[in-house]
Write a protein that binds this ligand. Structure first.
Ligand SMILES: *[C@@H]1O[C@H](CO)[C@@H](O)[C@H](O)[C@H]1NC(C)=O
Length: 412
């Protein structure tokens, strides 16, 4: 009995005290740092979800500082606790497409003719997220649109270094395009999409494929709050939502440094734009500029900033110039490429630092005559789509995203 008591006490010390401290820290951090935008419909729930995330990130940081494992490993481990379920009306097969792990969701009911095929790249800053974490969303799309959904498990950074993610996603897509018949998919109705960094991969891949005569044309691209450029972190949405969970402005540059295997001490210089040479800024400001954002989006806490106040630092540029490549910043693609892109579904969230990346790409697509189905969620925040299917942890906007994606895919 005594042994049991001391064991329980010890266990409490090992688990209880650290988790209580973690929880208190998370609540303190959330209350002191985050800003829930006025008018947001579920503020308490957003704070709750944010606290859970902070606990995971902080636990990861502590274990990293203790030299036990890396922070991302802890977050990935914790994310695996979700227990997704595949809808019984679907078959889900884990396969390799040219060496890249994928899960293929197919409706079990026979179909009259070939189906649409939707290749999905998940988000997570290129370092977290998994096929399993997006199972509910992918199942819903496959089931309700009677399509074949291929969810791609590209290798995560930083251990799988940038730009391998793009190479792997492209390999999986090309393999799918060449083998559609095996999945009863119509090669003229292939849709490519993703959320957050996954939408960035999808954007770049669609650009890379516009002139490929040996492959079928992509039928549509589907971009959910895409990240599309690494030049300007002071666009109106970055200023307005800099402290809105789940993605603080500061986290964008911090996790970008980690993803690119760079020292995170460069993150602040990147936020200020010190990595951008004058000639690059002049070249791209016609496409990346707060002036191009419609006025209706600037009424909430935005001060125009003179780009000249950023001091160019050649050493930061040398380290971080990958941010300005077309791969990382597909918003910089030439008109000659953009005008050949397929019809597009583009979703932006009002309370998201990346809102303006989406709005700027929408403008580029429309200026180049590409048809855009734009969905803007006035109550949306970054990463909310991953909550879909997680019951009490979810938000009505997550359902809205899933519904509108389904509606778009059905319409194709
Ligand atoms: C990152 O940069 C800081 C400041 O320049 C330096 O002190 C630190 O040693 C660097 N870390 C690594 C891993 O290079």
């Amino acid at each position: 009995m005594e042994l049991l008591q001391s064991l329980l006490l010890a266990l409490n010390g090992v688990i209880g005290i650290p988790s209580l401290s973690l929880l208190s820290w998370a609540i303190y951090y959330d209350l002191s740092r985050s800003e829930i935008p006025p008018g947001f419909d579920s503020p308490l729930k957003l704070r709750g979800l944010h606290c859970l995330t902070i606990m995971a990130f902080t636990a990861g940081k502590c274990l990293e500082l203790l030299g036990i494992c890396r922070q991302v490993a802890v977050i990935r481990f914790l994310m695996n606790f979700w227990n997704p379920r595949v809808d019984p009306s679907l078959s889900a097969k884990d396969l390799l497409f040219d060496g890249v792990p994928v899960r293929v969701y197919q409706p079990k009911t026979p179909s009259a003719g070939p189906r649409k095929g939707f290749m999905f790249f998940h988000g997570g800053a290129g370092m977290i997220g998994s096929i399993a974490f997006y199972e509910d969303v992918c199942s819903k799309i496959a089931k309700e649109t009677d399509s074949v959904v291929v969810s791609v498990g590209y290798g995560l950074g930083p251990e799988n270094p940038y730009p391998n993610q793009y190479v792997e996603c492209l390999r999986a897509l090309v393999y799918f395009m060449r083998n559609v018949a095996d999945y009863h998919v119509d090669s003229s109705r292939i849709i490519v999409g993703g959320d957050s960094c996954g939408a960035n991969f999808a954007t770049r891949l669609c650009q890379l494929l516009v002139d490929r005569k040996d492959l079928p044309k992509v039928h549509a691209q589907l971009l959910i709050y895409p990240a599309l450029q690494g030049m300007d972190f002071n666009l109106p949405s970055y200023q307005q939502n800099s402290q809105v969970p789940m993605l603080f402005r500061q986290m964008v540059s911090h996790y970008t440094c980690l993803f690119l295997n760079k020292n995170t001490s460069l993150a602040n210089d990147v936020l200020e734009g010190c990595h951008v040479p004058e000639h690059v800024r002049l070249k791209y400001q016609k496409w990346v500029n707060g002036d191009l954002i419609p006025e209706e989006f600037k009424v909430r806490g935005y001060k125009p900033q003179d780009p000249k106040i950023c001091k160019f630092k050649p050493k930061v540029y040398e380290e971080m110039k990958q941010l300005l490549e077309l791969t990382f910043s597909p918003l910089f693609a030439e008109d000659a490429v953009i005008c050949k892109l397929p019809q597009t579904y583009l979703l932006t969230c009002e309370f998201d630092v990346l809102r303006d990346d989406g709005l700027l790409y929408k403008k580029r697509l429309e200026d180049n005559g590409v048809s855009v189905k734009w969905v803007h969620l006035a109550n949306g925040f970054h990463a909310v789509a991953v909550c879909f299917g997680y019951g009490y942890l979810s938000f009505p906007v997550a359902d809205q995203i899933a519904e509108s994606v389904v509606e778009f895919v059905k319409s194709l």
